[in-house]
Design a protein around this ligand. Structure first.
Ligand code: ADP
Ligand code: MG
Length: 699
């Protein structure tokens, strides 16, 4: 059978080089297989014909059968249009075209029967259809049966005559050219067990569904398949890794760990922290390589767990490193860890993009010789120039910005044995997403905050009530507290965003003349940023205005009020992250979400969730439900949106779990997938995941 994956779309009748280029650029469609997997986003019922005299206002798309009796050309310039007087015997309707007038005049003949499809709009006393689909009645079998698919298209695609209808035609050409037969991509045994429909049926019915129930069956099969292969890939990779990779055996708990734990730990660990440390110790002491995801809400004390794990590495004559996504965060971690270890003889270094050449020349050889035991840094850590003497543990903080690729670059940092990897996330991610993005990791959860924390009170205020807000802030500052004020900084809108930050700065300085107001943002030089930050950390400044640079990182226990300007422009998870910057001391903390009065329903709901919940997992789930996966922060920020073509992590959690269970069961039965019924799986994995460059999911 034809290898659809390798067959370039240019070979398809109706697709020339120009269209092929547009399809690739705009829709990522390169091969026949890509086209087949370009699924409709909705369907419209075309199972019946309407009569002109049945049309009422506010109807959805409808189809009619009849003739154009004559054409009129009206208007000039922008209002120039072609009107076709259409009738089916029951009444008359105007078909209107603003574009492609000559094309229509040539193709659509008067007094010839056609099938017309479009959305009627009311116009004076009559109705019209603007830019309807027009098909010869001979094609009724193709276009007018059952549910009609609608495909996403971009402006550029439409300009090149690749509208939804054209895509539908291409699908038809492709599928009918294959006699509607496709090679099966799931094992027969699995199809039997699950009762899913064969691929050929699924593809036919996803593009040309005859009935709603056939469509559902097709969707189920394709969603399952998409999620199944991701899970199979994840589970197989992790199984292979566990088998093939000798982990470095951390057999002993020694002086570093014990001394710190017994003598210098400033507080008792929470039960959750203790449990997680035990899990990590067991893992690193198993002889297998650890790949663990540590999830814990903001402020749950992950850094300390990380530090204890690093000390275990040191006890076993290994080095450890911790990688953070931003310089500020790396710097903060460095300061925190230096402070924790100040009375112990441990060599710690900081390495970031702005580490000076001279400093670098000092640090790098000391890392290579093993003299420096702990390195904290940013992406700079994975550069080739950084060579360790014996890296035993790599910690990645705020992980959702690092993909599998980057994690694996850390593994290469030890040529003799693969270091253990601990990935820490402060943004709790919904289970379905975790399973999909990090399904190859074992998971630990810190589900408890350190004692003595008062829950943060969250309020929503409109920005026309600024005076009251200032009043409130003044009272808190008088009590000795400090205040963060955060402004959005959103790609594409930087200029305006910086402007509102600067303007805000002027206002705050004016209103709070008796206090010190400082400001940090991404455009400042590192030294200047540091200086402003320091003013706030030391308590000299009472108010810190910032863009989201403080999102991950800073820890100022005395800061107990977080004001978020234009809160409606932030995602829920981001708001939750920001809120986590307060509530670290013993005082009652506040988070004030300031928004404009005009809000969409969805936004209002989102802000309500923030006001009502302090639980990061709950918020992440709600975020996923409200916004859908495509928009999830983290996946989007790193430029690698989770590209599922049909499954939806917000609504298909059950299918995902089932797919994962099936994958697990098969791997238990036949770990190498070499037995006859499962050979097809290896083949599919190779096809799907060797394209990993275009497969953004694991890039
Ligand atoms: P996150 O999980 O967000 O990274 P951090 O590790 O930054 O949290 O911890 C937040 C704050 O809580 C820090 O000031 C840290 O010193 C403190 N902390 C951590 N563990 C405990 C504990 N068991 N008891 C009291 N305070 C703790
Ligand atoms: Mg942290």
């Amino acid at each position: 059978m034809l290898d659809l994956d390798k067959r370039a779309i240019t070979y398809l009748p109706g697709v020339g080089p120009k269209k092929a280029e547009i399809l690739q650029k705009e829709a990522n469609i390169v091969s026949y297989d890509d086209l087949l997997h370009y699924f409709p986003y909705k369907y419209v019922d075309r199972s019946r014909f309407y009569r002109v005299d049945e049309i009422t206002p506010n109807m959805p798309y409808i189809q009619l059968k009849g003739k154009i009796t004559r054409y009129e050309q009206l208007g000039e310039g922008k209002t120039r249009r072609l009107v076709g007087k259409f009738t089916d015997g029951s009444g008359v309707l105007d078909l209107v075209w603003f574009k492609g007038i000559n094309y229509v005049l040539e193709k659509v003949k008067v007094d010839t029967e056609y099938i017309i499809f479009g959305k009627p709009s009311e116009f004076g006393h009559s109705f019209n259809l603007v830019h309807p689909d027009v098909d010869p009645v001979e094609q009724a079998g193709q276009v007018a049966s059952g549910l009609t698919p609608f495909y996403n298209t971009t402006e550029k695609m439409k300009k090149s005559f690749l509208n939804s209808r054209a895509i539908q035609n291409l699908q038809y050409t492709l599928l009918s050219g294959l006699n509607w037969q496709l090679a099966e991509t799931l094992p027969q045994k699995l199809l039997k067990k699950t009762g899913l429909v064969p691929l050929s049926d699924a593809m036919r019915n996803i593009h040309f569904p005859a009935t709603v129930s056939l469509l559902r069956a097709a969707q189920l099969r394709l969603k399952f398949e998409e999620l199944f292969y991701i899970q199979l890939h994840m589970l197989k990779t992790s199984q292979m890794r566990k088998k093939a990779l000798q982990g470095i055996l951390f057999s002993s708990v020694g002086d570093y760990f014990n001394t710190f734990y017994k003598e210098y730990l400033p507080f008792e660990l929470t039960n959750a922290q203790k449990r997680v440390v035990r899990e990590i110790r067991a893992d690193m002491g198993s002889g297998r390589q650890m790949n663990r995801l540590l999830q814990g809400d903001v402020g749950s004390g992950k850094t300390l767990v990380g530090l204890l794990s690093m000390l275990l590495a040191l006890d076993n004559h290994c080095q450890a490193c911790m990688m953070a996504p931003t310089e500020i965060l790396a710097t903060q971690h460095y300061a925190t860890i230096k402070a924790f270890l100040k009375d112990m003889d441990v060599k710690v270094a900081l390495l970031t993009g702005s580490t000076k050449k001279k400093e670098r020349e000092r640090i790098l050889p000391a890392i290579a010789s093993g003299e420096i035991q702990i390195v904290i840094g940013t992406h700079a850590l994975i550069e080739d120039t950084v060579v360790f003497s014996s890296l035993g543990l790599a910690i990645i903080d705020e992980q959702h910005r690092f993909g599998v690729e980057q994690r694996s670059r850390l593994w290469m940092k030890n040529t003799k044995a693969v270091p253990h990897v601990l990935v820490m996330t402060a943004t709790p991610i919904p289970r379905t997403l975790a399973m999909t993005l990090y399904g190859d990791l074992d998971v630990s959860v810190i589900d408890e905050l350190p004692p003595g924390r008062k829950p943060i009170r969250t309020l929503h205020r409109y920005d026309n009530k600024k005076a009251e807000l200032f009043e409130f802030l003044r009272r808190e500052i008088q009590k000795g507290r400090q205040v963060y004020v955060v402004y959005p900084l959103i790609e594409g809108n930087e200029k305006l965003d910086y402007k509102s930050l600067e303007e805000g700065f002027e206002v705050f300085k004016e209103v709070f003349q008796e206090y010190t107001v400082c400001m940090v943002h991404g455009k400042m030089k590192a030294a200047e940023k540091e200086e402003e930050m320091q003013k706030f950390i030391s308590g000299k400044a009472q108010i810190l205005l910032a863009t989201t640079v403080i999102e991950v990182g800073v820890n100022v226990p005395n800061a107990s009020v977080m004001v978020i300007e234009s809160a409606e422009r932030f995602g829920l998870s981001q708001l939750h992250q920001l809120r986590g910057r307060v509530g670290r001391g013993a005082e009652q903390s506040y988070c004030i979400l300031v928004s404009s009065y005009k809000l969409s329903n969805e936004t209002r709901k989102r802000l309500e969730i923030m006001v009502n919940s302090n639980n990061g997992f709950e918020i992440a789930e709600a975020d996923l439900r409200l916004r859908g996966q495509g928009d999830l922060e983290g996946t989007r920020q790193s430029g690698e949106g989770l590209e599922l073509r049909i499954a939806n992590l917000a609504s298909d959690g059950q299918i995902l779990q089932y797919a994962r269970d099936c994958a697990m069961e098969i791997l238990n039965e036949d770990p190498d997938l070499l037995s006859e019924p499962y050979q097809i799986l290896n083949e599919r994995l190779r096809i799907l995941f060797s394209r990993s460059i275009s497969w953004r999911l694991i890039s």
